[in-house]
Ligand binder design. Structure first.
Ligand SMILES: *Cc1c(COP(=O)(O)O)cnc(C)c1O
Length: 389
């Protein structure tokens, strides 16, 4: 099998799993108890919090554990919206956010909040100056993702953060795809809230965290016990939290190496597709880095390509029969025949969007797998295009 869907989820790293295992059946204590079994769980949670704080350059009491990226995104929006509803009810975001942001914004609109959805350019970039112009007297939050899950475009988070700071508006970023892949520091980038999910970085599913800068006006999510500084009650998911901490520490320490490997594979797959398949179009930046500064413009392992004239769904089935896993548009819309909101936002036509495939490369993929994928694509795209004639 060739797995090229790392933006949908990743396997748990065996070393991460080893660290999690004792917390299921040996060190099973409740972290809120005072005997040593409970204290060992409490210590493990503290270690994970410290690992995450070190990754972001923040304080340990600014990390709040959640059940994943969707919860972190929802909590960021609702937590700020509730806390600041007397100050204002206007939120600024972009048209290419994950549905965890877009659908939470829709729910907020039903509750009387107003949301501005900023457009993006042909590469999927949100203009920081558009953010500045959108901020009003009653704006309480700006939420712009650090890197896009479909096309991999990396935003100028530091510039957007600086504008929010200058305007005294809180800034949230969905860093579920970016964290552990490109450098993120909350202070230099002026980030007030940030979402991360473990299963996108070789950790377990169902656990993540929300970073919230101290003293930010921010409401609780779940009422009950005093866990997570009285803001998210419930007995902690200790094995999950241990896995998240370990996965994040590994991702950040091996970032440069993994990025270089993924970029090399992406470029090889891209070059073969563009030279061997007529009319193929890369969605988002064609090159991973800015040729002048060398900075990341795109996630190194993400390659989204439109093959006009094919139906992505058919191609996915044929690729699966050859043991190749990838996505058409984003995983959340698979099954629905709607075109990706991201691809339409960067100006792709309906036909281009419906014929798009997303390949997201991981640390364990090989160059040989890229060749096998390119070989299969050449055949499959030709076959599907000939059937449609
Ligand atoms: C996967 C993803 C999410 C949702 O994370 P879950 O942990 O699956 O809930 C949110 N935002 C982005 C950008 C993602 O890629």
């Amino acid at each position: 099998m060739i797995y090229l869907d790392h933006a949908a989820t990743t396997p748990v790293d065996p070393a991460v799993l080893q660290q999690m295992l004792p917390y299921f059946s040996e060190n099973y204590g409740n972290a809120s108890t005072i005997y040593s079994l409970g204290q060992s769980a409490k210590k493990a949670i503290h270690t994970a919090r410290k690992q995450l704080a070190d990754c972001l350059g923040c304080e340990i009491n600014e990390i709040y554990f959640t059940a994943g990226g969707s919860e972190s995104d929802n909590w960021a929006l609702w937590g700020v919206a509730r806390a600041l509803k007397e100050k204002g009810r206007h939120i600024v975001t972009s048209r290419i956010e994950h549905h965890a942001i877009l659908n939470a914004c829709k729910a907020l609109e039903k509750e009387g909040y107003e949301v501005t959805y900023l457009p993006v350019d042909a590469n999927g970039i949100v203009s920081p100056e558009d953010v500045r112009r959108a901020i009003r007297q009653d704006t309480i939050l700006v939420s712009v993702m650090a890197a896009n899950n479909e096309i991999g475009t990396v935003q100028d988070i530091a510039a957007i953060g600086a504008i929010c700071r200058e305007k005294n508006v809180l800034f949230h970023t969905d860093a579920v795809q970016a964290f552990g892949k490109i450098p993120i520091q909350v202070d230099s980038m002026h980030i007030d809230l940030l979402s991360v999910s473990a299963h996108k970085l070789y950790g377990p599913k169902g656990v993540g965290f929300l970073y919230v800068r101290n003293l930010s006006p921010f409401g609780p999510l779940i009422f009950g016990g005093s866990q997570e500084r009285n803001r998210r009650a419930g007995t902690e998911n200790v094995p999950g939290i241990v896995g998240l901490g370990a996965a994040a520490a590994t991702a950040v320490s091996s970032m440069e190496q993994v990025c270089a490997h993924e970029e090399k594979l992406r470029e090889h797959l891209k070059d073969r597709i563009l030279s061997e398949i007529p009319d193929a179009l890369v969605n988002g930046w064609e090159a991973v880095r800015d040729p002048e500064t060398g900075a990341y413009r795109s996630l190194p392992g993400t390659l989204d390509v439109s093959f006009p004239g094919i139906e992505a769904q058919s191609a996915l089935i044929m690729l699966d029969m050859e043991g190749i896993c990838c996505s058409g548009g984003s995983a959340c819309t698979t099954g629905a025949l709607e075109s990706s909101h991201v691809l339409l936002s960067i100006g792709r036509s309906d036909i281009e969007a419906k014929g798009s495939l997303r390949f997201t490369i991981g640390k364990d993929n090989t160059l040989e797998e890229m060749d096998r994928t390119a070989d299969a694509l050449v055949r499959i795209v030709e076959r599907l295009r000939s059937i449609r004639l």
